[in-house]
Each structure stands twice: as structure tokens, then as C-alpha cells.
Design a protein around this ligand. Structure first.
Ligand code: SF4
Length: 350
């Protein structure tokens, strides 16, 4: 019998006490988040979409603003796409906002809400994690959620010796164990407890094992090496350089609007790259440097330089629009470009 099999089997054999310890801790210590305090299927769906790849602290003000403006599926279904994007602006991963909008149109009255993870998984933008979260939290289906937090907890509880290619393959590997451990009497709270434990106690670096409610079930804590789990192959990062231009004319700034069919950032405005503006990147680079920005996008490390440039002659090319500086607040921009544009304009005033 391997070490993994024995630790896993021991955990499954004690799943009742494990569930009780986890649930008691969650009910006593959970953070009072708005989607938990006044739960509704709509609030659960919105929060689960917003929480994908995004921290709770970041989501909170967006969730409150969204629920005030679009309080139910019908209101969201009836809202213009520009309103939806504007409310989402700054949260990133904008395909989530468009999927949520399409989902609302699919389920708004007189449609019926699915009650199972299988039913939710058929709706736009709903992956296995979100489907399980909504079905368990809003409808009590005993279906386990598996994300990075859950993988980390299970890998440590079982002291999992496997080396996983990436987070997705680790999630697949742990899905059966997560399902065996789910509490059929309170699946929504069980899943939220696992999420809460991963976010607040069993964190990536320096987990708080001494105060962990499931320490007595944890092989890695017993061995003193929790940070070694899960074991993932290192990510390969690639570096990219992008030259962007700041072109201004008569109180307006030149922006690039991504097409509605774009895979990323559809309908959002950004400062144009030199190529999008019809300028030679090497020549644009020779212009005054206004700002230099570095950010990570998936596996890419992107270094962006923004140069002041003379506007290209003639009518703007495809996707380019002149936007009056006073109107920038009313258009949808990607979060970083909103920040950069604001910083550039503020620096100029200073
Ligand atoms: S005891 Fe430590 S490593 Fe184990 S689940 Fe709890 S916080 Fe994570």
C-alpha cells in the first residue's frame, strides 16, 4: 500500500468527524460576506462568476455595486451590454461578464433555473466548479467544488506524492476524493467551508496549522511539511514587449476598441499599440516615454511602454476611435488602461 493510498483511505474512513469539524468551524468563524448573509440563487451565481480568479476583497465592492444596479436575472437580462461591461470594469477576465449576461438572458423569466450541476454546466460560461458551487449552495445538491484552494487542502491532508502538470490536472486528480468527502447533509456549507479554509487558514505560504480545524486529519501537518504540497510542475513564463502610443488631438485621445467578437476584451477600449495606430513600433519607441508598465497575463510577463506620438494622418484605422478626454469616464475600458490613462492625465496636471 502506498503512502498516498493509506493517507487517503484514512481520511475517507474518518470522513464523518472530518465533515463535522470543518462545518462547526465554518459556522462559527466564517467571514460575513454579502452573498452568504442574504443568499439567493442570483447572488450565488454573480458571486461565483466574480470570484473566479479573483480575491474576495477585490470582489466585495463590485458585488455590492452590481447587486444595487442589477438585482436579479431579469434586470441583468434587460441591461445593455455597455452597462454590464461598465459595472464589471476593473475586475478583469471580461468574458465572465459577457457569459453572465448571456446566462441571465437564458434563465430570466419565464425560463426556469436549473437545480443540478449538470443543468448549470449547460449555461454560458459555467464550468464544473461554478456549476457545483451554484447547485450545492443554492439547491443543496451534494456535489463537490474543486479549485486551487481545495486541491491545496486535499494534497496536504493526504500528503499527496504526485507531481501534477498544472492546476487543472491536479483538480481532475482530486475530484473523486473531494466528492467522497462532501457532506451530503450540508453540501453548500461544506463547499464554502473548504473555500474559506483554503482562503484563510490553509494558505499557500505558512498555513496556520496550529489553529486549523482539520489538523487532526492532516498528514502533511503531522509530518511538518505542508508547504511541499501540492507539487506542481513549474510554469513556463514568456516575456513580451508591447509598444503603445498616446496620441492626442483637440482634447481627444486615440483609443482602440476591441471588436464584439474578440476572444479577449471584446468591446473594451485600450490605448492602441503602435501597430494598431498605424505607426512603426521602432519609430514610436523613439518618441517621448510617458510610462512603462509590467504585468502578468496568463503565462506571459508583459512589459508595456507608452510613448507620446503624433496622430496618424487621415481617418482613424479599423477599431480606432477618438474619445474626448471628458468622456473617458463613460466608456468601458480594460482595468489597467483605465488606471494608466488616469495616471497619465493626473501626472500632466501635476
Ligand atoms: S493542518 Fe495545516 S496543512 Fe493541514 S489542512 Fe490544516 S492548515 Fe492545511
Amino acid at each position: 500500500m502506498t503512502r498516498k493510498t493509506s493517507a487517503r483511505d484514512a481520511l475517507v474512513a474518518r470522513r464523518g468527524p472530518f465533515q463535522e469539524a470543518l462545518l462547526a468551524w465554518y459556522r462559527a468563524c466564517r467571514r460575513p460576506l454579502p452573498w452568504r448573509e442574504s443568499p439567493s440563487p442570483y447572488g450565488t451565481v454573480v458571486s461565483e462568476f466574480m470570484l473566479q480568479q479573483t480575491r474576495v476583497a477585490t470582489v466585495l465592492p463590485y458585488f455590492e455595486r452590481w447587486m444595487a444596479a442589477l438585482p436579479d436575472f431579469a434586470a441583468l437580462a434587460a441591461a445593455p451590454g455597455a452597462t454590464v461591461l461598465r459595472l464589471w470594469e476593473g475586475l478583469g477576465y471580461y468574458s465572465r461578464a459577457r457569459s453572465l449576461h448571456r446566462l441571465a438572458k437564458a434563465v430570466a423569466p419565464p425560463g426556469e433555473l436549473p437545480r443540478t450541476a449538470g443543468g448549470w454546466a449547460e449555461l454560458p460560461g459555467v464550468g464544473p466548479y461554478t456549476a457545483a458551487a451554484v447547485a450545492s449552495i443554492a439547491f443543496g445538491e451534494p456535489r463537490a467544488c474543486v479549485d486551487g484552494n481545495v486541491v491545496r487542502i486535499l494534497a496536504r491532508l493526504t500528503r499527496d506524492p504526485a507531481r501534477h502538470r498544472d492546476g487543472a490536472s491536479a483538480s481532475r486528480a482530486f475530484a473523486p476524493l473531494a466528492q467522497e468527502l462532501v457532506n451530503a447533509r450540508a453540501p453548500g456549507d461544506h463547499n464554502q467551508a473548504m473555500m474559506e479554509l483554503g482562503a484563510t487558514v490553509c494558505v499557500r505560504r505558512r498555513p496556520s496549522c496550529p489553529v486549523c480545524p482539520v489538523r487532526g486529519f492532516c498528514a502533511a501537518a503531522g509530518a511538518g511539511d505542508p508547504e511541499a504540497y501540492p507539487s506542481l510542475e513549474p510554469k513556463r513564463t514568456e516575456r513580451l514587449s508591447v509598444v503603445r502610443v498616446w496620441c492626442e488631438r483637440g482634447g481627444a485621445v486615440l483609443l482602440h476598441r476591441n471588436g464584439s467578437g474578440a476572444r479577449r476584451l471584446a468591446d473594451l477600449h485600450e490605448l492602441p499599440t503602435a501597430c494598431q495606430a498605424g505607426l512603426d513600433p521602432a519609430r514610436a519607441c523613439a518618441g517621448p516615454l510617458i510610462a512603462r508598465k509590467a504585468r502578468g497575463i496568463t503565462r506571459f510577463r508583459v512589459l508595456e511602454s507608452i510613448h507620446s506620438a503624433r496622430p496618424p494622418p487621415g481617418r482613424p484605422g479599423p477599431g480606432l476611435v477618438w474619445v474626448r478626454i471628458g468622456d473617458l469616464g463613460s466608456i468601458a475600458m480594460s482595468g489597467p488602461h483605465r488606471r494608466w490613462t488616469t495616471q497619465i492625465l493626473l501626472a500632466r496636471k501635476g
